[in-house]
Design a binder for this molecule. Structure first.
Ligand code: AMP
Length: 416
């Protein structure tokens, strides 16, 4: 878990602002669910034998004996809220958007934290493939707006309760015949969740994977038609995608479409920036009505890491701008400048100050360091006369102006 220090806040601000704008444009309403939920919500929703629940969930026992968990992802909590507040009675599809911290007890490594943040978009109550394509498009556009280039979308279909059990059996039979060629983790997965083996990055498992039966060849008619339709929409939107038959994602609730978005850089493919998919049976499984749904999430820290890398060369995150610096000298001037500072706040003009300092030289140096265009100087004489000196920091030119006119004057100068 890590601190988000002041220097990182502008990056978070930028990512969230972009997400807010995307949400507004595509008609998503914001929702915040608690950070802590009943642990059973995740074990039932995500699946007991998934890595997230089995290995990565932070659980806690309350004094009353309830077993709670820090949310490891958004979808299950939002689905719970959708059911609890009868949101299926609202006009569907219902588009919900959330952002905030999540917790996974993972092995810490670059780009992988135990507390991290996601931006999450979910659409409830719509089974059409157009929604799958729109969710993918939303994450793609979100990353594009953040100036990511060379984005690549990976998609797959993992079927549904009609066709997946048969495929799992087929895959299981195949894997059993190759058990000795699998890594230790995969030998364990084989019994619990054979689909996850397709996800394995171990060198040893790659030849086994390459010859494994692929789910897209075993989809039922409905899933097949749905997937075809998603791909047609993606073609229509001219989104760059690859079919990845090994993409299964680690959660039990997915049905049909799954996707992940990556950036290809000179150093090669980076870890996923966003991912998601369709989850048509989750709401029902959690005790709600039959509500098909689709959604996804993007990892804020991963995005920021890449944006920061780029910012070194592109300077795409400007420092907070303070074009005016308010400098004061003497007790009376300090009191007057506190008042003047408030006048600027009311006019919504951002002004830097250094009320704790008494030396004019130090204050002007600060103004210089901040890159302020103007310093407003209030000394003992100005405080008594009711005036302020405006100093142009570039030219050093100074002029005196009546205090009650200074906000207006600065407004005019900044507009220029
Ligand atoms: P997931 O919910 O696992 O599909 O993750 C969606 C996105 O969240 C990923 O593509 C990552 O960008 C990000 N993410 C997932 N787990 C972590 C983590 N432990 N630390 C930082 N980012 C993460």
């Amino acid at each position: 878990m890590h601190d988000i220090l002041p220097e990182d806040q502008p990056f978070f601000g930028k990512v969230y602002k972009e997400a807010d704008e995307i949400a507004e444009f595509y008609g998503f309403q914001k929702i915040d669910t608690p950070v802590v939920e009943d642990a059973e919500l995740f074990s039932r929703g995500i699946g007991l034998s998934t890595d997230i629940v089995e290995k990565e969930m932070f659980g806690l026992r309350t004094k009353g004996g309830d077993y709670l968990a820090l949310r490891p992802e958004f979808t299950a909590g939002i689905a719970r809220s959708y059911i609890e507040h009868g949101m299926f009675n609202m006009p569907q599809p219902l588009k919900l958007y959330s952002r905030g911290p999540l917790f996974r007890y993972e092995h810490p490594q670059a780009g992988r934290y135990r507390q991290f943040h996601q931006v999450d978009f979910e659409v409830f109550g719509e089974k059409s493939a157009v929604i799958d394509a729109q969710i993918i498009q939303i994450f793609y556009n979100f990353l594009k707006e953040l100036k990511f280039k060379n984005l690549i979308i990976e998609v797959n279909s993992i079927g549904d309760s009609q066709c997946r059990p048969y495929y799992k059996k087929l895959l299981g039979n195949y894997l059993r015949s190759r058990e000795n060629s699998l890594c230790a983790d995969c030998r364990r997965r084989m019994r619990e969740n054979p689909l996850r083996i397709l996800d394995c990055k171990e060198e040893k498992c790659q030849p086994v994977k390459a010859q494994a039966p692929q789910i897209v060849d075993h989809l039922c008619e409905q899933c097949n038609a749905h997937f075809k339709s998603v791909l047609e929409f993606l073609d229509e939107l001219e989104l760059p995608y690859h079919l990845n038959p090994y993409l299964v994602r680690g959660l039990d609730y997915y049905t049909k479409t799954v996707f992940e978005i990556f950036e290809d850089t000179e150093e090669g493919r980076q870890s996923a920036l966003a991912g998601g998919g369709r989850f048509d049976s989750l709401v029902k499984m959690l005790g709600g009505k039959d509500a098909p749904a689709c959604g996804g999430a993007a990892g804020v820290e991963r995005i920021i890491r890449a944006v920061k890398e780029r910012a070194k060369t592109d300077q795409i995150i400007p420092a907070a701008e303070k074009k005016i610096f308010l400098a004061q000298l003497g007790e009376l001037a300090k009191r007057k400048s506190l008042k003047l500072f408030e006048e600027f706040r009311k006019a919504r003009i951002s002004v830097a100050e250094s009320f704790g300092r008494d030396s004019l030289k130090t204050q002007l140096r600060s103004a210089d360091r901040l890159g302020s265009e103007y310093a407003l100087i209030l000394g003992q004489k100005e405080a008594l006369d009711g005036t302020v000196i405006i100093r142009d920091m570039k030219t050093g030119h100074q002029e005196t102006i009546k205090m009650e006119k200074v906000v207006n004057e600065m407004q005019k100068r900044l507009r220029k």
